[in-house]
Design a protein around this ligand. Sequence first.
Ligand code: PLP
Length: 460
Amino acid sequence: MQEALQKELALYEKRTPKSAEAHKKAQKRIPLGVASNYRAYDPYPIFVAEGHGSKIVDMDGNEYLDHNLCFGTLMAGHGHPAVVKAIQWALQNGTTFGMPHDMEAELAEEICARYPVEMVRFGSSGTEATMHACRIARAATGRDKILRFEGGYHGLHDTALVSVKPKEEDIGDINAPNSVPSGLGVIQAVLDNVTVATFNNLPSVENRFKQFPGQIAAIILEPIMMNVGICMPQPGFLEGLREICNKNGALLIFDEVKTGAKLCWGGASEYFGVKPDIITLAKSIGGGVPLAAFGAGRQVMDLIVQHKVFHGGTFNTNRFAMAAGLATFREVLTRENYAHVGKLSKKLAEGYRVILKKTGLKAYVAQAGVNGALMLYPQEILNYRDWMKIDVDLWRQFWFGMVNRGVLAMPYWWDEQWTVSVQHTEADIDKHLAVFEEVAPGLAKTQQERGAQIVGAAGH
Ligand SMILES: Cc1ncc(COP(=O)(O)O)c(C=O)c1O
């Protein structure tokens, strides 16, 4: 490990003793001391005391400019007044009934107005949304197999937990990647029904349809792969997938859990001009409250009407979620706000690029909508296998260096990206860039010292 990273880690430990203590206590009763594996990292995660607007404060009283925003869930920022008001209303008027109420249809209208779907059902997590999307696609086509892309992330149900971050020794041929379970408990029958292709590689998709004629129900993907930093679809890729689906009678699922609310007003279909058959939404649509949805055209959703596909959930459409969702769609995810926040995100990306040039750090910045990422790789990555070559310890020097100076530049993990919220300001972006300007020369120095050596990313 480079000396500069060791120094940053020592400083981190000096600044955050209460987080260390809290983590130790939590580990006694909670595996890894955290509620989601993604929150565990060495030496220990920051434990949060509070969050307001664009900032959070940890248990030691250190303040951070927050571009983690709960893994991109808070385009609204912390405690957006419209969301707070909606939640207070729900608290005072009944939070959950297990019975219908009229906010459900209102929120469904909001969603159908901006995404290319005619009917929606709600849930609480992205995992639920992609699980139901895959099931209804299987039902609609009478086929069992789902095609997904190596390195993509779609949540935690079994179909989704295939080839998320496979190890190099397991991945196989780039044109026909192996279906690799992302942990024990994902059974062979699941692996047999999830076939894997390579992002930005249409021949690898076509091969799968040739290999399994009439057997693939759907292709599921994030239109921008955001589980490897930011990996943009190359021109023609999404259109090509649309064509392949049309030709083969398969459905196209856009997993818009991240992109749906953060790319632009109408999500990826508006941004790229390609229409999927099914979309999934979660994260930022709830303004910080657990809310998810999946939607499709009437023909597909009619399978629920006919009681052929089952969907339910005790907490579906609880009024925290519905009230917060309505407030978020109407007062946060507006065209004006997308213009404002998009401008801030662009300013951040351009600022990073100027600093990269100045310091000679070999990296690039990818940005789309309110998301962006510093990619510690000299040329644009096109798929998961490119991303595996990112220098992890250099990234850790970046992340801890920023954190020690009060900026959570992105969630911990080099496969993530920044989010800018509607509560971030120009001054926040200036601060972020000033801190990066301080950290970047050290990164360039480490990179030079390590020469052309690229240290592979094992994933998490
Ligand atoms: C693209 C994508 N799909 C699905 C999920 C799963 O969402 P959740 O964590 O709400 O279950 C995530 C979560 O990060 C995601 O990024």
